[in-house]
Every structure is written in structure tokens, then in C-alpha cells.
Design a protein around this ligand. Structure first.
Ligand code: BV8
Length: 238
């Protein structure tokens, strides 16, 4: 595991940072979990029980993500700018499976819940790029089995790169949580790890999250306003 001791700033993002790019959140009014049940589309048991239903749920979201109108917004761009201005000091950990941070140019980025534009083979474990629907042809290009599933972490599955994330939290001086309701673990517990490491903790959200009381500071409002403002202050304060 490569250490990145200089990552002073760890930024966790959730669905709220992509809302103004036109992507649904999960728990806001009309959000994804009000349209379908987690148990039916976002668990390994659901996939074993009815793979077609699960594939279709993610195929629809993948198509939505690839629509022309869906682009990184000012919040994604501000975080990419922060990384350019403070090279080696910023790590973004996203719960989101969209590619908006990637398209904004974020380099030091961990997708802890996987990526919608990748598929993973249940037979040979290969992870491959995927922009087309999986349902009609889940054939793995590496082993040929009809075994591809979304490369997405479902409930009950272990999130990705957890060692890397905990190492960064243990050494950070500033932890910023953006656009997440603080409902889903282990991500919702990262603020506790950062506090234990002595970091300053800041929440930028539309409204107080479940973990709001754990943050030293908070700014509430839409991410396209709060994130660029926060980044500008960080850069000015250098
Ligand atoms: C695991 C991928 C263990 C799929 C997702 C303790 C108690 C009970 C249960 C558990 C527990 N600890 C662990 C669990 C189980 C479970 C869990 O946490 N359940 C919850 C519901 C209680 N956790 C897990 O299963 C995790 N795995 O624990 O494994 C293990 C151990 C050993 C070995 C094996 C396993 C795995 C969790 C990952 C699940 N996959 N996503 C997909 O995307 O379809 S989680 C899903 O929720 C999304 O990834 C999403 O990112 C994530 C969190 O949601 P948010 O991003 O916060 O989105 P939400 O809509 O909730 O909130 C949006 C926020 O944005 C709001 O606050 C809103 O105010 C704000 N907002 C809106 N608009 C704006 C805005 N902010 C700014 N600007 C705006 N414009």
C-alpha cells in the first residue's frame, strides 16, 4: 500500500455534489430510494434473485449519466482546481459512481462505491470499461463468460480501497464532507476518524446531515455556491 503522507486534505463527496449536474440523489424527495427499494436493486441477494432487474436499474442510470446535458458542475471543477493548486495535498474520496469528478480532472480520486462506467466479471474478476447496457450482453471480454455485473459496491459488500482511505484519514489536517446525508457506513464514520486524527472537520451540504454535530464548521447551501467559495478561501489562505 503506497503511503501518501502529505495528503493534508481529505474530501468526501456524496450524491449531493452531482445533484446540480442533473443526477438524482438517493434520499432527497423523489430520490432513487423513493423510486426503488435498496433490497430489490442494490444488494448481492437482489442480483442473485433477479439479475435482469438489477442490470436494468444500472443500465438506466448509466444511460442517464451519458446524456449530453450531464456534465461536471462548478463544485466538481472547484475541487479539481484545488488539487491543481495544492499538488499532492488533496485526496477526494467519492461515494458516487458517476464519473463527474474524473471528467472535471480530479486526479487523486478514490471511488469507494465503484464506478457506473465499469463492469466486473463474476467469473474472472476482470474490471472492464462499459458504456453500453449490460442486460442484453453481459459477456466478459477477458474470459468470455456471461458474467459481467456493474462494478458497483452494493449494500453488504466491502467498499473499495478502505486501507488507503483510513491511512489518509489518519494523517489529514482537514476533512471536508460535501453533499452526503451521512446515512451510509463506513463513509458516514470517516468524520470520526478525522476528528480522532486531530483534523479540522467541515460539512458543506444543502442541510444538516445525520452527522452534523460531529463537524467543527458547516456551510449550508447548494454545492455549486458553497464549494467554490470554500476552495477560494482555502487557496487564499495558503
Ligand atoms: C459494508 C453504490 C460491511 C450503489 C452505495 C450500521 C447500521 C446499519 C447498517 C449498517 C451499519 N454499518 C454498515 C451497514 C450496512 C450498510 C449501511 O450503511 N446501511 C445504511 C443504509 C444504514 N453499509 C454497507 O452495506 C456498506 N458495506 O458495510 O460492508 C462488510 C464488512 C466486512 C465484509 C463485507 C462487508 C456498503 C455501502 C455501499 C452501498 N452502495 N452505492 C449505487 O450507487 O447504486 S451507497 C449509496 O448511498 C450511494 O453510493 C450514495 O453515495 C450513498 C450515500 O448516499 P449520499 O451520497 O449521502 O446521498 P443521499 O441522497 O443520502 O444524500 C444526499 C445529500 O446531498 C443530502 O444530505 C442532501 O441534503 C444533499 N444535497 C442535495 N442537493 C444538494 C446537496 N448538497 C449540496 N448541494 C446540493 N445541490
Amino acid at each position: 500500500m503506497t503511503m501518501h503522507p502529505s495528503e493534508r486534505i481529505v474530501i468526501l463527496t456524496g450524491a449531493g455534489i452531482s445533484k446540480e449536474s442533473g443526477l438524482d440523489t438517493f434520499r432527497c424527495a423523489g430520490g432513487l430510494w423513493s423510486q426503488v427499494r435498496i433490497e430489490d436493486v442494490a444488494t448481492p441477494e437482489a442480483f442473485a434473485r433477479d439479475p435482469g432487474r438489477v442490470q436494468s436499474f444500472y443500465d438506466a442510470r448509466r444511460r442517464g449519466l451519458l446524456e449530453q446535458a450531464v456534465r461536471p458542475n462548478a463544485a466538481h471543477e472547484a475541487l479539481a482546481e484545488l488539487e491543481r493548486r495544492l499538488p499532492g495535498e488533496v485526496l477526494v474520496v467519492t461515494q458516487n459512481i458517476d464519473d463527474l469528478h474524473d471528467r472535471a480532472g480530479q486526479g487523486n480520486l478514490v471511488h469507494m462505491h465503484g464506478e457506473l462506467l465499469k463492469a466486473r466479471c463474476t467469473r474472472c474478476e476482470a474490471v472492464v470499461p462499459r458504456r453500453d447496457d449490460l442486460a442484453p450482453d453481459p459477456r466478459c471480454p477477458a474470459c468470455g463468460a456471461q458474467g459481467l455485473r456493474p462494478h458497483v459496491v452494493w449494500f453488504g459488500e466491502m467498499p473499495l480501497e478502505m486501507e488507503r482511505i483510513y491511512a489518509a484519514l489518519a494523517g489529514c489536517e482537514l476533512f471536508v464532507s460535501i453533499g452526503t446525508s451521512g446515512n451510509v457506513y463506513p463513509a458516514a464514520g470517516f468524520v470520526r476518524e478525522a476528528r480522532a486524527a486531530g483534523a479540522r472537520t467541515v460539512e458543506l451540504n444543502l442541510e444538516p446531515s445525520e452527522g452534523a454535530s460531529l463537524f467543527d464548521e458547516a456551510v449550508y447551501g447548494p454545492a455549486t455556491r458553497t464549494v467554490p467559495d470554500f476552495v477560494a478561501r482555502l487557496i487564499a489562505g495558503r
